[in-house]
Design a protein around this ligand. Sequence first.
Ligand SMILES: Cc1ncc(CO)c(N)n1
Length: 209
Amino acid sequence: MSVHPFNEELATGTLSRERFQFYLVQDARYLVGFGRALAAAAAKAPEVDDVAFLAGAARDAIVIEREMHESYFKWFRLSETDLADIETSPTCVAYSSFLLATAHTGSYGELLAALLPCFWVYQSVGAGILARQSPETDNPYRPWIDTYAGDEFEATVRKGRDALDRAADAAGEATREKMLAAFTRACEYEWMFWDSAYRQEGWPTAAVR
Ligand SMILES: Cc1ncc(CO)c(N)n1
């Protein structure tokens, strides 16, 4: 993940504004589905502490989305019309739909397994990038890096991993296999999400509509 050109260039601050902008718009849309899937996980959680943790994470995902929009407007000086012109990418639709489908049809364990990479991958990539920053570098993507490399986000990852381990302990072999498949698929979507932003992925059918 961290060797993808998107993240290599994010680390050095050389990532083009167009690519980052495309990523932010897609991510703001993704986070709505992510927040809904987290709220569904909260509803399914057998232990009340996990209900509180997952509902809090759902709220944070939506609040972050809003903050992201605000800073996005300020930073890139884009209007609502400019934003509306950017179509939600096939990968963004696929990843969000996968989370919502798992929320609808999957068990609690399977859903947690689909959601954990969203936290873990970002924390791991963010921390890796932060470690490579030199103090004198003026990286315009520093606010993004600091969000995911921070202690608060690390604590969220730890709680999520703990909840997943408990769900796996309580699950039978068949559920555990489904959990592994959901976890792996979400990791693939994480990679694809960066890759699609780097390519500024559109719909191949756009030209024939
Ligand atoms: C695609 C994606 N995955 C994970 C996160 C972290 O919440 C995010 N903001 N976007």
